[in-house]
Design a protein around this ligand. Structure first.
Ligand SMILES: C[S@@+](CC[C@H](N)C(=O)[O-])C[C@H]1O[C@@H](n2cnc3c(N)ncnc32)[C@H](O)[C@@H]1O
Length: 287
């Protein structure tokens, strides 16, 4: 055992503030430091210090679990917005959400969202995707909250996430707004996971459809979200379908990741702000 390990254990044992529910970020950071210092391997070190590390981990995880259970209860009662929104990072005056420098990386907010949405692990293998289709990776929670805040969705809005994976964005939008939210996803394992999460949270305004986005009915959507779900000709087909929709009504299209540069080049779309690196871009169809 090194001095650094001993010092970490002593500091965490003394820090009673970590048990306060609102100190989520500090708890997640403490758990990360514990994991780095005491990796939980099968032949876990049985020394007294390693046992103390496990006891701290159990205590901190229990606080996080209790916090998520309280938020889940509020969501089921229809009060999810006030239970969840206070956790999002506060925007500065320019409307920028401060986030870690590591771009698409995940942070304490993702821990909270994982505990709240509580996706059950599935034993089913996911199918291999065809060329030009992008593997699953969830939008980091701070970006999802930033998007929800900037969109200011209203009851008459319909948000469609094209390639919704486990459904983080439609689920969070359904919890935090009155809009109708739809996830379209090719992989059945993700669709079923998202549906179970929505059902357990008693969310009536979110639906998940197992479908190729190229075949989706886009006619009800007012806002579309793409976290680079596909590229090349698949992206082209879906953008052409969205352009057709835009001929009938004004729509907004939000994008994250590499597909943003393709959307920025579409002449039928315009953006109020020039797309920023590492932030979801919001485009409007031209009238
Ligand atoms: C980068 S992930 C984005 C997940 C989700 N939108 C989010 O932000 O959390 C891309 C998702 O698109 C799905 N996908 C890829 N090609 C698709 C297609 N043609 N139709 C529907 N979903 C597709 C993948 O299975 C994957 O779940």
């Amino acid at each position: 055992m090194t001095n650094a390990q001993r010092e970490l254990i002593e500091a965490l044992e003394q820090d009673q503030s970590l048990a306060e529910p609102h100190r989520l970020r500090q708890r997640v950071e403490a758990l990360d430091r514990l994991e780095a210092c005491f990796p939980d391997e099968p032949d876990a070190d049985a020394s007294a210090l390693a046992r103390r590390a496990r006891a701290i981990r159990t205590r901190l995880e229990a606080v996080n679990h209790g916090l998520c259970q309280v938020i889940r209860r509020e969501i089921r009662l229809g009060a999810g917005r006030s239970a969840l929104l206070p956790w999002r990072p506060v925007s500065d005056q320019g409307g920028h959400t401060p986030g870690p420098a590591n771009g698409e990386g995940y942070d304490y907010l993702d821990e909270l969202v994982a505990g709240v949405l509580q996706f059950e692990p599935s034993d089913e293998a996911v199918a291999e995707l065809a060329a030009e289709m992008v593997f699953y990776q969830p939008t980091p929670a701070r970006h999802a909250f930033d998007l929800i805040e900037r969109l200011a969705l209203e009851r008459q809005d319909v948000l469609i996430d094209l390639g919704s994976g486990l459904g983080h964005v439609p689920l969070l939008a359904a919890i935090c707004t009155d809009a109708r939210c739809i996830g379209i996803e090719l992989e059945v394992v993700y669709v079923e996971g998202a549906r179970r999460s929505a059902e357990a949270l008693n969310l009536a305004n979110v639906t998940f459809i197992r479908q190729d986005a190229r075949a989706a009915d886009l006619s009800s959507g007012t806002v579309f979200y793409l976290y680079t779900p596909f590229t090349g000709t698949v992206l082209r087909t879906v953008l052409d379908a969205l352009q057709q929709e835009a001929a009938n009504r004004e729509i907004r299209i939000c994008s994250y990741g590499p597909c943003t540069s393709t959307l920025a080049g579409e002449r039928w779309l315009q953006s109020a702000q020039s797309p920023e690196n590492d932030r979801i871009a919001i485009f409007h169809s031209r009238r």
